[in-house]
Design a protein around this ligand. Structure first.
Ligand SMILES: [Ca+2]
Ligand SMILES: [Ca+2]
Length: 428
C-alpha cells in the first residue's frame, strides 16, 4: 500500500513540475486550457505544495504545508483535507481572492476542525491525506480545483484536556459578600493557552480570560460579573466557553452555564456626624453619632459589633470579643472611627439601628436596604497618652476600601489644663 501511495506522490510531483517548468509550457498550457473550462483567463494556476509530508509536532521542522497558487479572475477559494477513509475536513471556506501576478499562499498547520467531544481543533493523526484547493469564479463560471497528496507523520495528535472543571452555577455580584463572584477551577494535564469567554442569551460575547499561557497544574479564575469596561452584566443566564490550545494547535473546549442573579452596586453616604465631648480627661469616653444612608440599588450587608458598643483606644474591631467581629473576607460594610495619621478605622460598628437579635441573621449580620437611613452611635474610652486627637468618621467596605473617608473631623483635647489656649479647636 505504501508503495502505491509513493507512486501516486511521484506522479503528483511530476504533474506539478509540468505546470511549473517553462519548457513544459505547451503541455501545461493545454492542461490549463482543459482545467479552466475553456475560459480565456486561467482561473487557478501555479498550484504547488511545499512538501508531501508534514510532521505537526511543534518542533518547527515541516510542521506546516504551504500551498501556493495564482488566481486569474476574481474568485472564492476553498480548501479541503480528506483522509484515507474519505472523511473531509474543510480548512478554508469561500475566501475572496482577486487576480494577482503574485501567488497566494495557504498555510495548513496540520489541524482540522474537531468532531465533537469538546475538541474544537485537532492535529490530524499520522496517515495519508489529500488536499483539494477549489476556486469558484465570481462571474458564475465553472469552478476549478487542484489536489495533491501528503502524509502526516510524527503528529502530536493527543489534544489537551480540561479536567476537574468546577464552575459556580449561580452568583449575585452585588457587593453584599454573599456569592458575589463566580469561580472557575480546572486542571490542565499539559501546558496550554487558555481562553475563557462568556456570552449572554443573545450571543453577545463578554471576554474574560484571553490567551493566557498556563502550566500543567490546577488553575482558578474569579469572574466578578463585570465586562472589560467595568460595567456589570444584567441578570440572566450566561454561557461560558473555556478553550485550551496546545503548542501544536490542538484546541479543546468545555462549555456550561452561569446564572447571574440581581447584580448591582452598593453605595452609601454619611449624612450626619457628631463626635463629643471635645474636651476630655484621660480615661473618659467620647461618643460618635453618625447617620448612614444606603444610596445604592442593592442591600448592604453589615456586621457587628452593634451600635452602642464601647471600645477603648487599646483595642480594635479585630481584637474584641474573641475576634468574632474581624473582617470576614470582604464585602461587609461598617461605619468606622479613627484618629491621627490613620489606623485603618480600628473602631467599627454595624450599619444597623436594630439590636443584634433582630438582625437578618441574628447576631451575625444585618442589611441596610436601598434608601434606608440609620443612626449609629459608638463610644471609645480614651486611654492613649496623646493630648490632641483628630477623630474622623468613614465608611468601611471591607476588602474593597473606604467609600467615605475622613468625614466629620473633630479635634479632641485630652487632659489638657487651660485647654482654650493650649488646644484651640477653632483656627483664629
Ligand atoms: Ca515537525
Ligand atoms: Ca451577592
Amino acid at each position: 500500500m505504501s508503495s502505491a501511495l509513493r507512486t501516486s506522490h511521484t506522479e503528483l510531483f511530476n504533474f506539478m513540475q509540468l505546470i511549473r517548468i517553462p519548457i513544459s509550457a505547451a503541455l501545461a498550457g493545454l492542461l490549463l486550457f482543459i482545467l479552466s473550462g475553456c475560459g480565456s483567463e486561467a482561473l487557478l494556476t501555479n498550484v504547488t505544495a511545499s512538501s508531501d509530508i508534514i510532521t505537526p509536532n511543534g518542533d518547527g521542522v515541516t510542521d506546516e504545508l504551504a500551498i501556493s497558487y495564482t488566481i486569474g479572475a476574481p474568485a472564492k477559494i476553498s480548501a479541503v483535507i480528506e483522509d484515507s477513509a474519505g472523511t473531509r475536513y474543510p480548512i478554508r471556506q469561500q475566501l475572496q481572492r482577486v487576480p494577482s501576478s503574485e501567488p497566494y499562499t495557504l498555510i495548513f498547520d496540520g489541524t482540522v476542525p474537531g468532531s465533537g467531544q469538546g475538541v474544537r481543533q485537532r492535529v490530524l493523526p499520522d496517515g495519508s491525506y489529500t488536499w483539494t484547493l477549489e476556486a469558484m469564479p465570481d462571474d458564475g463560471g465553472s469552478p476549478m480545483s487542484q489536489r495533491g497528496e501528503f502524509k502526516v507523520e510524527n503528529a502530536a495528535a493527543t489534544p489537551p484536556t480540561i479536567e476537574d472543571l468546577s464552575v459556580t452555577a449561580e452568583f449575585s455580584p452585588n457587593e453584599d459578600a454573599v456569592d458575589d463572584v463566580a469561580y472557575f477551577s480546572y486542571r490542565l494535564p499539559v501546558s496550554a493557552t487558555t481562553t475563557i469567554s462568556l456570552s449572554d442569551e443573545q450571543g453577545a460575547p463578554i471576554p474574560f480570560i484571553s490567551d493566557l499561557p498556563e502550566d500543567a497544574t490546577v488553575h482558578s479564575h474569579i469572574w466578578d460579573g463585570k465586562r472589560t469596561d467595568g460595567s456589570l452584566v444584567d441578570s440572566g443566564t450566561y454561557t461560558y466557553t473555556i478553550t485550551a490550545r496546545d503548542e501544536v494547535g490542538n484546541i479543546v473546549e468545555r462549555q456550561g452555564e452561569i446564572v447571574v442573579d440581581n447584580p448591582g452596586r452598593s453605595r452609601a453616604a454619611i449624612t450626619f456626624t457628631h463626635i463629643a465631648p471635645v474636651e476630655v480627661s484621660l480615661g473618659s469616653v467620647i461618643t460618635m453619632t453618625a447617620r448612614i444612608k444606603n444610596t445604592g440599588d442593592v442591600p448592604i450587608r453589615t456586621q457587628g459589633p452593634p451600635s452602642g458598643y464601647q471600645y477603648t483606644t487599646n483595642n480594635s474591631f479585630s481584637s474584641i470579643e474573641d475576634g468574632q467581629y474581624a473582617e470576614k473576607g470582604g464585602g461587609f460594610w461598617r461605619v468606622g472611627l479613627d484618629w491621627g495619621g490613620g489606623h485603618g478605622y480600628p473602631f467599627r460598628w454595624a450599619l444597623s439601628s436594630r439590636p443584634p437579635e433582630q438582625w437578618a441573621e441574628p447576631g451575625k449580620f444585618d442589611y441596610l436596604q436601598p434608601g434606608e437611613e440609620v443612626e449609629v452611635t459608638g463610644s471609645v474610652r480614651i486611654e492613649q497618652r496623646e493630648d490632641r486627637m483628630q477623630f474622623y468618621v468613614g465608611l468601611v467596605h471591607e476588602g474593597v476600601g473606604y467609600p467615605v473617608n475622613n468625614a466629620g473631623r473633630t479635634l479632641i483635647c485630652v487632659g489638657i489644663p487651660h485647654v482654650e489656649t493650649k488646644c484651640p479647636r477653632h483656627a483664629p
